[in-house]
Write a protein that binds this ligand. Structure first.
Ligand code: ATP
Length: 367
């Protein structure tokens, strides 16, 4: 029987367990065997009992479990060719020549590198006497398929990543909780949310909670933003009678000179200029935890099923696909195209070409 491995890598995200469950069950349904690789690429490099077969009932109840039950890690050794050689050897010893990787753009780039190197890794293993020619012969091609697991929704080419809507839901719940105390005491709250280079979580939570002001990395505020923000908040409070003030800041927020805009800086502005009793709340890792929301449960299930189909249909010539969702359709997109687009936007932002970065995001949206 064909053996398909599945691993989760990079930051954990709600829905990763749903993805693993779907891959395991679809693999079994397709008359294959499913193997979980524990602790991301670490498990692949170390082998042994870090690669274990999973059966249908082993993943029962996983849809509602947060985090990733097969573990995730940032694995430095897999970044080196020597580490990837060990990984290749472990896979061949287990008879695994297909891998579904659920992670962020780093994990997916690693998967692409691994696949491209696979034939040369095998010949090096044979040359070094680690494996025989006969052992490697049945495994000339490595089939890899990517799933995007990330709360940040930071991969271009997909409308949503597995985990982003669960995280958004948790942020909205946290802001609602803060609303109550902000309203009661007529306070201001500056709330910092995750997302690294991507402002999706901040933007969507600001819209969803009716925040007064928002900072995201893609659209740094123009000079004089402090006055503008204070004027808007004063208007909302004085003219419109708003009792609570909420400012949402993405963790990667910056000004046009690429200086970080921190939540404490905004708190100081609101306190000093407006005399507003202001508190900061950094939501931190609560945004990652907890059970997956319904969206992430079905997204991870449909994408996990599609990933196994893509593994079974892959040809040696086809580029590594990543499973995406666009306009509610589950699709296969060339992985490195999506990674490149993502990097291009980040580079534009880092080289202060903010309008160009926004145009790229817009173009993707309109496509
Ligand atoms: P997140 O978005 O949560 O950070 P990520 O997948 O982008 O997730 P990374 O830390 O960038 O997280 O990558 C996870 C792991 O993938 C790394 O620890 C490493 O093992 C592997 N990896 C990343 N980039 C490469 C690469 N260029 N070559 C080989 N392996 C890589």
């Amino acid at each position: 029987k064909r053996r398909i491995g599945v691993l989760t890598s990079g930051g954990d995200a709600p829905g990763m367990n749903g993805a693993v469950r779907a891959v395991v069950r679809m693999a079994i349904h397709s008359d294959c065997e499913a193997y979980a690789v524990y602790e991301g690429y670490e498990g692949l490099v170390n082998g042994g009992n870090m690669i274990r077969q999973l059966h249908w009932e082993d993943v029962r109840g996983w849809l509602s479990r947060g985090g990733t039950l097969i573990g995730s890690a940032r694995c430095m050794t897999f970044r080196e060719r020597a580490g990837r050689m060990k990984a290749a050897k472990n896979m061949i010893l287990r008879g695994i020549d297909a891998l579904v990787v659920c992670g962020g753009d780093g994990s997916l780039t690693g998967a692409d590198v691994f696949r491209a190197e696979w034939p040369s890794l095998l010949s090096d293993l044979v040359a070094a006497g680690e494996l025989t020619k006969e052992q490697v012969e049945p495994y000339t091609v490595l089939n890899i398929v990517g799933l995007v697991g990330s709360i940040d929704n930071d991969l271009s080419g997909t409308d949503a990543t597995i985990g982003c809507y669960s995280s958004l839901t948790r942020i909205c719940d946290a802001v609602d909780d803060v609303f109550d105390t902000a309203f009661s005491h007529q306070r201001g709250f500056v709330i910092e949310v995750m997302g690294r280079h991507c402002g999706w979580l901040a933007l969507m939570s600001a819209i969803s909670t009716g925040a007064d002001w928002l900072f995201i990395p893609e659209m740094p505020p123009k000079e004089g933003w402090e006055d503008e923000m204070c004027a808007m908040i004063t208007k909302n409070r004085k003219d419109r009678g708003k009792r609570r003030t909420i400012v949402i800041v993405a963790e990667g927020a910056q000004d046009r000179q690429l200086n970080k805009i921190s939540s404490s800086k905004i708190k100081d502005i609101l306190t000093d200029r407006l005399g507003l009793d202001t508190r900061t709340t950094v939501l931190g890792h609560t945004q990652r935890g907890g059970a997956a929301c319904a969206y992430d449960r079905w997204l991870s299930t449909l994408q996990g099923v599609e990933a196994v189909k893509a593994v079974l249909e892959q040809t040696p010539q086809s580029p590594v696909p990543v499973i995406t969702i666009r306009e509610n359709k589950i699709l296969r997109t060339p992985l490195m195209e999506a990674v490149k687009l993502t990097k291009d936007v980040t580079e534009k932002i880092q080289s202060k070409q903010f309008d160009a970065a926004m145009d790229m995001r817009d173009a993707e949206f309109k496509e």
